[in-house]
Design a binder for this molecule. Structure first.
Ligand SMILES: [Zn+2]
Ligand SMILES: [Zn+2]
Length: 230
């Protein structure tokens, strides 16, 4: 049986429109076996306010008591600089069930070569931090993978394997492509599924990801699910 899960969702704590309970109820109704909440880290303009981070975790725990499926308390931390810095500290990360990171910003001075700047930041971030999932890999306004060489991509995927960082199949941006997913499978990099939902209409709508996983021949053991939902 295919495992269905959604490990990338937003609530009112960042730029989503719904509560944890509303998202959990809909995810369960859509057949998800687990749901992770990954509101944006505090340095994105729409990210969770630092003073609300503790309350956010408390809300997730409370929603979890009534939910029909396991709820993971997570974050979509921002990679904030070229050296792998994140916008959440280790003390906060230790309280989470799930840590994902995303690149949402590249300073203007580096924009002339987005693809290589993105690769540099992504490499630094997964080398330096203990994270579960890398969100919407190589999507920065568009899919950047076609601008990178096969060697560059392979080196990154090998590092992800070594660091045990899963790559996300992101439904919202429909990335990454099949070749990248196949390379992940070949190198032993686990895959995650994320709707990147910002409202109940989107949560648990993972058909695009399930099709991609099927096309590339991913099996249950290739997914992050079992290691994170015990
Ligand atoms: Zn994101
Ligand atoms: Zn997101």
């Amino acid at each position: 049986m295919v495992v269905k899960f959604d490990f990338h969702t937003h609530t009112r704590y960042s730029d989503g429109t719904c509560s944890h309970a509303e998202m959990a109820e809909t995810a369960a109704a859509r057949g998800m076996m687990a749901l992770a909440f990954t509101d944006h880290g505090p340095e994105l303009s729409v990210g969770v306010a630092r003073e609300k981070m503790a309350q956010m975790l408390e809300d997730i725990r409370m929603a979890g008591e009534d939910a029909e499926i396991p709820l993971l308390a997570g974050i979509e931390a921002n990679v904030t600089n070229r050296f792998g810095g994140l916008d959440v500290g280790e003390d906060f990360i230790r309280k989470l069930d799930f840590v994902s990171i995303g690149i949402h910003d590249i300073e203007e001075i580096y924009l002339s070569d987005n693809a290589h700047e993105y690769l540099f930041r992504a490499t630094s971030a997964i080398a330096k931090n203990e994270v579960d999932v890398f969100c919407h890999p190589f999507f920065f306004n568009k899919d950047l993978l076609p601008q990178l060489s096969a060697e560059e991509i392979e080196e990154f995927v090998e590092l992800a394997a070594e660091r045990n960082v899963a790559m996300e199949v992101n439904v919202k941006y429909r990335v990454p492509g099949d070749d990248f997913l196949k390379l992940c499978l070949k190198k032993g990099v686990k895959l995650s599924i994320g709707s990147d939902a910002h409202r109940v209409a989107e949560v648990g709508k993972i058909d695009w990801a399930l099709s991609a996983l099927k096309r590339v021949g991913a099996k249950r053991e290739d997914l992050v699910f079992d290691s994170l939902v015990g």
